[in-house]
Design a protein around this ligand. Structure first.
Ligand SMILES: NC(=O)c1ccc[n+]([C@@H]2O[C@H](COP(=O)([O-])OP(=O)(O)OC[C@H]3O[C@@H](n4cnc5c(N)ncnc54)[C@H](O)[C@@H]3O)[C@@H](O)[C@H]2O)c1
Length: 123
């Protein structure tokens, strides 16, 4: 286990700006935020400027497949949680996901299955 973890932020709207970003930069266990990912480029850029993030993308797979990233923080809208979490887990990333994690039992079971199969942590 690395002493300090690298974060990738997926979803850079209101909650990411006011909670995830400040919490990540204040956390002594976090080395830095490498990615600001949002389908809204303006939101990704605002987040990146505020938290000194070097890389910006509209595609979550850029973040979930980056070998430097240890943890992803998800603050997107809800319908996209399952594919992001499945991809992150498959690539060995730990995951912090905003509530609600899932909108249906089926989505919740898919998420739990992906996390257990790949031995990653999910908050
Ligand atoms: N824990 C809490 O108390 C709390 C409070 C508020 C919101 N939330 C949760 O936080 C999440 C975000 O809420 P918000 O208020 O910041 O919403 P928001 O609409 O301000 O931000 C969501 C962002 O996700 C982006 N997004 C949507 N689909 C995406 C995708 N496929 N890839 C990348 N980015 C994508 C949107 O462009 C937007 O910038 C929601 O799940 C909400 O329920 C939790």
């Amino acid at each position: 286990m690395k002493e300090k973890l690298v974060v990738g932020q997926i979803g850079c709207g209101a909650f990411a700006m006011e909670q995830h970003g400040p919490n990540s930069v204040r956390n002594p266990g976090i080395a830095g935020i490498k990615w600001a990912c949002d389908v809204n480029d303006g939101n990704a850029r605002k987040y990146a400027d505020r938290f000194s993030v070097k890389k910006i993308t509209g595609s979550f797979e850029d973040v979930t497949t980056d070998p430097d990233v240890d943890v992803i923080c998800i603050a997107t809208s809800h319908e996209i949680h399952v594919p992001i979490i499945e991809s992150a887990a498959r690539h060995g990333k730990h995951i912090f996901c905003e509530k609600p994690m899932a909108m249906t039992e089926e989505q919740a079971y898919k998420i739990i299955k992906a996390v257990k199969a790949n031995g990653v942590k999910l908050w």
